[in-house]
Write a protein of this length. Structure first.
Length: 258
């Protein structure tokens, strides 16, 4: 293993969340035929990707990701951003095939980073690369529209396999079968309250916990203040909470905001 792989190995280790993913050459041949009864993928395969975006506030992590990915995709351009607001300015016109997204960055709270990226470009394939090994957090990322979820302590080959699977058009990459079931409505009985929320309820929760006001949330989501207030009331009821402060405490405890 030469220097690039060595650097990547220091940044990434083994991932217990990652389910079995097809070999790397699968992305080069195109996607496999779906199993009987399987949900269709949201995207067609990209046989020859041209451009990736790495969003992480740590330069060393971005460098490790870049070097690992360039070994597999030497012709792909690697763009970088240290925050989601910077991403938003270019999102409408830049033809990225894949975005690798951290969830813990200054200025954006937890999965709100993912929601903002997909809010600007719903068509993007986003692979979350997170420090949090939490299957329920992974499930919520998939509910919000992520193509996959992998932790930063994953082995280098797991990262490249996950990228290949996402480019091959697969969904829910890296998420355990129980989490996939939750995405389709069969929430596991041991799931915490946040895993039982709808995607919209979950986003409102994260925005409230991040200190956003009702009017601010309504403007960003294109909803009325009354509708956002209704979502807030539902979340409070499902959590058995009486105030936003209790929601903040819960979200901090479960790593949903930082």
């Amino acid at each position: 293993m030469h220097q690039a792989a060595s650097i990547g190995a220091q940044l990434l280790g083994e991932m217990p969340l990652l389910s079995e993913i097809s070999p790397l050459d699968r992305s080069r041949r195109g996607p496999a035929a779906p199993a009987a009864g399987a949900a269709p993928a949201r995207h067609a395969a990209i046989v020859r990707p041209r451009r990736f975006l790495l969003i992480d506030d740590h330069p060393l992590v971005r460098r490790g990701l870049r070097q690992l990915l360039q070994e597999e995709y030497p012709e792909v351009r690697m763009d970088e951003s240290d925050n989601v607001p910077t991403f938003a300015g270019d999102a409408a016109t830049t033809p990225w095939d894949l975005v690798l997204l951290d969830l813990t960055m200054p200025g954006v709270q937890g999965l709100e980073a993912l929601a903002r990226v997909l809010g600007a470009r719903p068509d993007l394939r986003v692979l979350v690369v997170s420090m949090h090994d939490d299957r329920h957090l992974a499930m919520q990322a998939v509910k919000l529209g992520a193509a996959g979820y992998i932790t930063k302590d994953s082995a280098p080959e797991k990262l490249t396999e996950a990228v290949a699977a996402v480019l091959a058009g697969e969904d829910s990459v890296g998420v355990a079968p129980a989490a996939i079931g939750g995405r389709r409505g069969a929430t596991p009985p041991d799931a915490p309250p946040h895993a039982r929320l709808s995607a919209r309820e979950f986003r409102v929760l994260c925005m409230l916990a991040g200190g956003r006001g009702i009017t601010d949330i309504a403007n960003e989501l294109g909803l009325s203040v009354k509708t956002v207030s209704t979502y807030r009331a539902r979340v409070l009821e499902k959590f058995g909470a009486a105030s936003n402060a209790e929601l903040v405490k819960y979200c901090l405890h479960h790593g949903l905001v930082h």
